[in-house]
Design a protein. Structure first.
Length: 286
């Protein structure tokens, strides 16, 4: 299952935007929904009034929806359950049970969580994405991509963390992708962040979504941001400092080890490979 919640960890509407893109691209069908009445304070997540094509008004309630895609992935894997909805305001334990009951009935064995946080990141640079997971095999893959980060955060949390914690007790593995959106653009939908999350989720799940629409949307977004930043000197200087910090951090990540310094992790991997080969050779000799 791939899930994304609006609200606290949906900076730039990147997580929900990525989930909607996957639903649309895959042609996933609406399967089930969670009733908003029990879990939302409707003065905070208000229903909306829309005009239909016939001129009549209709009420749209906050939607927490599951979608099913029954196709098969490139790796031969089964279809997907996808979920998108706003973060509930109350009764999180009851909500989590209802959520995971649906996942279990659909045979979900792993949950992929999409999120995005506001960060000290300039809009002029590629979106950074980090990941965490509970599956050792997937961790090796994420480490090879250079995005795995062990969880170190302590403090207030969101519904995604609550669901993933409970999912672990039901023997469901999980992977979490977290994008970083510029903190000075808190309300703007960020197509670059959406694209980054779609790309990593698709890569993990062996999907090939259509990404063609993102190039123009990202270019327009950057143009609008450049114009807005250019109007204010303090903002221009702030963005320039963020660019310098971003580039310095990128250089440190790419920096080779100094001469004579041992890469202990690489050494340990090589030692393990050597011992495994020795064991295989010994088995053949016997």
């Amino acid at each position: 299952m791939v899930m994304a919640f609006g609200g606290w960890i949906d900076a730039g509407r990147a997580a929900t935007g990525a989930l909607r893109h996957l639903v649309s691209d895959l042609g996933a069908e609406r399967l089930a929904s969670i009733d908003s009445e029990e879990f939302f304070v409707l003065t905070q997540e208000r229903p909306e009034v829309r005009l239909r094509a016939d001129g009549e008004r209709e009420i749209l309630w906050p939607r927490s929806e599951f979608f099913a895609w029954r196709g098969r992935r490139q790796d031969g894997g089964d279809g997907l359950l996808l979920f998108c909805g706003p973060e509930p305001h109350q009764r999180w334990r009851t909500y989590t049970k209802a959520f995971l009951d649906v996942a279990e009935r659909c045979g979900v064995r792993r949950i992929v969580s999409l999120g995005a946080l506001l960060a000290s990141a300039p809009h002029t640079r590629p979106i950074r994405v980090t990941a965490r997971c509970t599956d050792p095999a997937v961790r090796s893959l994420l480490e090879a991509w250079g995005i795995y980060r062990p969880p170190t955060y302590e403090g207030p949390t969101g519904i995604s963390s609550i669901i993933l914690d409970a999912a672990g007790r039901r023997d469901m593995q999980h992977v979490g992708f977290m994008g970083q959106a510029p903190h000075y653009l808190p309300d703007a939908e960020n197509p670059a962040a959406i694209q980054a999350l779609v790309s990593y989720a698709a890569r993990l799940l062996h999907l090939s979504p259509d990404m063609s629409r993102f190039a123009e949307a990202i270019q327009d977004f950057h143009t609008q941001c450049d114009r807005a930043v250019a109007r204010d000197r303090a903002t221009r200087e702030h963005v320039r400092r963020l660019e310098q910090q971003y580039d310095a951090a990128a250089d440190e990540e790419r920096q080779p080890l100094p001469d004579g310094e041992l890469d202990s992790e690489k050494l340990m991997r090589e030692l393990q490979d050597f011992l495994r080969k020795q064991g295989e050779g010994g088995a053949e000799g016997r």
